[in-house]
Design a protein. Sequence first.
Length: 102
Amino acid sequence: MQPIDEMSDNLKLLSDKTRLTIMALLRHREMCVCDIVEILETTQPNISQHLKKLRIGGLINEERRSQWIYYSLNLDDKDYLRHLIDQLPSMQEKINAVKGCT
């Protein structure tokens, strides 16, 4: 079980609509920043700042592959967040509409 201070910090991170939406997207699969930018129809710097906060908070992982960085959920030790993320609306339709990074 996580300390209450850590749980509070994680929940504060997710209180932002964009970060919560990013988590909902990553629940389906790992994604590149360019895919997230396309789905959320915003700028790359904006999404990068949100991803940085989630990464520093320990909620996501990043992995560099060539010129792209891929992001995935990091909730293995955070069951309380896994249950919350699992309750978010499905983003699969929006993910399927993405062209993908080139």
